[in-house]
Design a protein around this ligand. Structure first.
Ligand SMILES: Nc1ncnc2c1ncn2[C@@H]1O[C@H](COP(=O)(O)OP(=O)(O)OP(=O)(O)O)[C@@H](O)[C@H]1O
Length: 395
């Protein structure tokens, strides 16, 4: 079958189409693993029942270039959408979900771009779970959490004696994720010296453990995420352009929460259900007046910050105004606790609220200087950065 000329990346692309009971299955030439189309591994695609040639080309294009995974029929999207545990009703978020769904059906490398707390990690897991690799491992590596030498060993493993302290052989995440998916979180933080090494792995699909002379084939789907504008990082010379293009085969932008306040009521509902709010709590925290306040807030930490705020509301049993007095409330000055949830859950919420308030106050005390704040608190700087990001206190 010759593909229709709807997207530049597939205009020269021939493939087979076999009619099946529920739609059609398309096979790449030879159907061998390692068949590449436009630089992307392509093997099979399934189309929905009743779909015509245009739907076939859409499925195929999920293996093709970023630009080709654009939303084709926005008017066909349902008013509310969900992907994994993510929910939304805004057109921008539903567009992202649509791309995620299409990306799930293939093994192309995905780059999720969005501010901290927009749901990138959850999206990565949902893509993995919705695809053919769902039964295989899903491994997460935070590229911003470790210095270069440790990160290299984390990713690719090492042989015994590869460096001081390497007392035994260690299998890296790429090997461990064989057959499954590796999620490279905070890819924008990948140290410069590791960028060519990752590029080689993506190009050749083989890894070399630190201290080893032999290469080993790996069959791993890569999903990467960043809160940075990676194109700008490339422009600034901090991120390799060739690696960027290898990663952004399917680029999925996730909009910030302030760009889509219409999603807030639905997300609040989902979060409250997940937190086990009682019907009375849910009623108070979904009251139109309170939701309107939430929709007016900027949420620099996006959905995570919204979630933390709702948790604080549950801890303090009150619909606290966002960014207002409630955010500064110290748990020590309030003895209100929610005894309708388990001890473990109540403790977790209180700790989360404490963590937020502590790092916020710490940073304020040290005039926003993270290194100084980390030293004063006797914390690892990288860990403090992570906490600040998690609580939406630093981008
Ligand atoms: N659309 C959504 N619907 C429901 N919950 C959401 C949505 N988006 C994000 N969340 C929730 O927000 C929280 C933060 O999500 P997640 O950890 O995936 O963000 P992230 O973008 O990976 O953040 P970071 O860049 O800091 O790692 C999670 O609890 C997640 O379930």
């Amino acid at each position: 079958m010759k593909m229709s000329n709807q997207g530049a990346a597939v205009s020269r692309f021939h493939c087979g189409r076999k009619k099946e009971h529920k739609g059609a299955r398309m096979r790449a030439p030879g159907e061998r693993p390692g068949t590449f189309v436009d630089g992307v591994r392509w093997r099979q695609a399934r189309t929905r029942a009743g779909s015509g040639a245009s739907a076939v080309s859409l499925s195929a294009r999920c293996e093709a270039r970023d630009a080709d995974v654009a939303l084709a029929h926005p008017q066909m999207l349902p008013e509310r959408a969900a992907f994994g545990e993510l929910v939304a009703r805004s057109a921008a978020a539903r567009d992202s979900f649509e791309r995620m769904e299409r990306a799930a059906s293939c093994s192309a490398t995905v780059l999720l771009e969005g501010e901290t707390g927009t749901g990138k990690s959850r999206a990565a897991l949902a893509i993995h779970r919705a695809g053919p690799r769902a039964g295989a491992p899903f491994l997460v590596v935070d590229c911003g959490a470790l210095p270069a030498n440790l990160l290299e060993s984390e990713l690719f493993g090492h042989e015994k004696g590869a460096f001081t302290g390497a007392i035994q052989r260690r299998v890296g995440a790429f090997e461990e994720a064989d057959g499954g998916t590796i999620f490279l979180d905070e890819i924008g933080e990948l140290p410069a010296e590791l960028q060519p090494k990752l590029l080689r792995v993506l190009e050749n699909r083989e890894i070399r453990r630190l201290g080893s002379n032999t290469h080993q084939a790996v069959n791993v789907r890569v999903i990467a995420a960043t809160h940075r504008d990676l194109r700008a990082e490339v422009q600034a010379g901090r991120f390799r352009a060739d690696l960027y293009f290898r990663l952004a085969v399917v680029g999925i932008p996730i909009p910030s929460l302030r760009e889509r306040p219409e999603d807030i009521p639905l997300i609040v509902e989902r979060i409250l259900a997940g937190l086990g709010a009682t019907p009375a709590q849910a009623e108070s925290l979904t009251a139109p007046g309170f939701l309107a306040q939430l929709q007016k807030s900027a949420w620099p930490g996006n959905v995570r910050e919204l979630r933390n705020h709702l948790e604080r509301c549950l801890v303090f049993q009150s619909a606290l105004p966002p960014g207002g007095a409630g955010a500064g409330l110290q748990p020590a000055t309030s003895r209100a606790v929610d005894a309708s949830v388990t001890y473990a859950e109540s403790r977790r919420r209180a700790l989360e609220a404490f963590e937020h308030d502590y790092v916020e106050a710490l940073l304020k005390l040290h005039g926003g200087k993270v290194s100084q704040a980390a030293a004063a608190a006797d914390m690892d700087r990288v860990y403090l950065y992570r906490l600040l990001r998690r609580h939406g206190l630093k981008s």
